[in-house]
Design a protein around this ligand. Structure first.
Ligand SMILES: C[S@@+](CC[C@H](N)C(=O)[O-])C[C@H]1O[C@@H](n2cnc3c(N)ncnc32)[C@H](O)[C@@H]1O
Length: 286
C-alpha cells in the first residue's frame, strides 16, 4: 500500500510523534553528532566500528579531546562504509533509498561511491531541512534528496529501488510492516542492508537494553524477529555479520571523551554480557 500524497499524514501514532519530536529536538545526543560531523561535514547518527588508535589517548592534554573526536568520527564513517560494501552492484542509473536518513551522511557517501540517485526519508522535518541544505551545499541536490515521509509507507514507486538500507532505524517500527514496504520497493534481485542493535533471544530484554530503549524512545527487537520478518517478505539473508566485538572499542573511546552522555555504560554492559548484539544483515529480494 502507498499513499498518493505521502507528505501528509506522515506521523500516524502518538509514538511516531514522540520519535519525531526526539529527532527534532535532542540537544544532548545532537551535541555528539554535530561535534563529530564538524570534523569533515558528514553528520552521522549512528555508532562506529573498528579498533581505535590508542595513541589518541596519549599526548598533550589540551588537544586530547580533538584527537578522540576525530577518531570517533573515523569509526562511524567506517561503519557506513561497511554497510555500503554490502549493497551490491549499484550503478549511476540506479535509485536507492536511505530509510530513516538522519542528517543524510550515508546518502552522501552512497552517491559519492556509486553515483546513484538517492532518496532519504525521515520523520524529522528538522533533519529533512538540514540534509537538503547539505545536498545543495554539495551541489548534488538533483541526485540526493530528503523527504518528510514515513519509511513504513514511502509513496515511492513499486520496484523502483536497486538498494534500500536502514542504519540504526529499525528499532522505531514494526519489522513486518517495514520489510513489507522494502519488499514492495525493491526490484527482483535488489539488496536490503540493515545495521542494527538487537536483543538476544535467550537472555531476553536485559536492564541495560531497557535503559537504551528509554534513552532513545525506541523498541529494540529480538534478533530472531529480523529473520522472521525478512523471510515473511521475500528477503533472503545473504550475509550476516555480528559486529558486536567490532563496536565495543567505539563505546570505550566515547566513554573517555568529553562528549560522553552517560548511555555509554549501558551499551558496554549490554554488549559485554551478551544481551545485545550489533548486526549487519544483507538480504536479497527474491
Ligand atoms: C539513529 S537515527 C539514524 C539516522 C541515519 N540512518 C544515520 O545512520 O545517520 C534514526 C532515524 O530514523 C528516523 N525514523 C524513525 N522512525 C521513522 C519512520 N517511521 N520513518 C522514517 N524515519 C524514521 C529518525 O527520524 C532518524 O532520522
Amino acid at each position: 500500500m502507498s499513499t498518493t500524497n505521502p507528505g501528509t499524514d506522515v506521523l500516524r501514532s502518538a509514538y511516531q510523534k514522540s520519535v519525531a519530536a526526539y529527532w527534532n529536538n535532542n540537544p544532548n545526543d545532537d551535541r555528539v553528532n554535530l561535534r563529530l560531523g564538524d570534523v569533515d561535514g558528514l553528520y552521522h547518527h549512528h555508532y562506529g566500528v573498528g579498533d581505535y588508535d590508542p595513541s589518541v589517548l596519549e599526548g598533550p592534554q589540551d588537544t586530547r579531546d580533538e584527537r578522540i573526536i576525530t577518531e570517533l568520527h573515523r569509526l562511524e564513517t567506517a561503519q557506513a562504509d561497511l554497510l555500503l560494501n554490502h549493497l551490491g552492484q549499484i550503478t549511476f542509473d540506479d535509485q536507492v533509498l536511505d530509510a530513516g536518513s538522519g542528517r543524510g551522511a550515508v546518502s552522501f557517501m552512497a552517491n559519492h561511491r556509486f553515483g546513484c540517485r538517492v532518496d532519504g526519508v525521515t520523520i524529522s522535518k528538522y533533519q529533512v531541512g538540514f540534509a537538503n541544505s547539505q545536498a545543495r551545499h554539495r551541489g548534488i541536490s538533483d541526485r540526493v534528496s530528503f523527504h518528510f515521509r514515513n519509511m513504513l509507507d514511502t509513496g515511492f514507486e513499486t520496484g523502483s529501488r536497486r538498494g534500500v538500507w536502514t542504519d540504526e532505524t529499525t528499532m522505531y517500527v514494526d519489522l513486518f510492516d517495514l520489510f513489507a514496504e522494502f519488499s514492495r520497493l525493491l526490484k527482483f534481485g535488489g539488496r536490503y542492508v540493515c545495521v542494527t542493535g538487537c536483543s538476544d533471544d535467550l537472555t531476553g530484554r536485559s536492564e541495560a537494553v531497557r535503559t537504551i530503549d528509554e534513552h532513545y524512545t525506541c523498541n529494540i527487537h529480538p534478533r530472531s524477529d529480523y529473520f522472521k520478518a525478512l523471510a515473511a517478505n521475500n528477503l533472503v539473508p545473504i550475509t550476516v555479520i555480528d559486529l558486536t566485538a567490532l563496536t565495543i572499542p567505539y563505546w570505550e573511546l566515547r566513554a573517555n571523551s568529553s562528549l560522553a552522555t552517560g548511555i555509554e555504560e549501558p551499551f558496554l554492559t549490554a554488549y559485554r554480557e551478551g544481551s545485545f548484539h550489533y548486526l549487519l544483515i544483507a538480504a536479497n529480494r527474491i
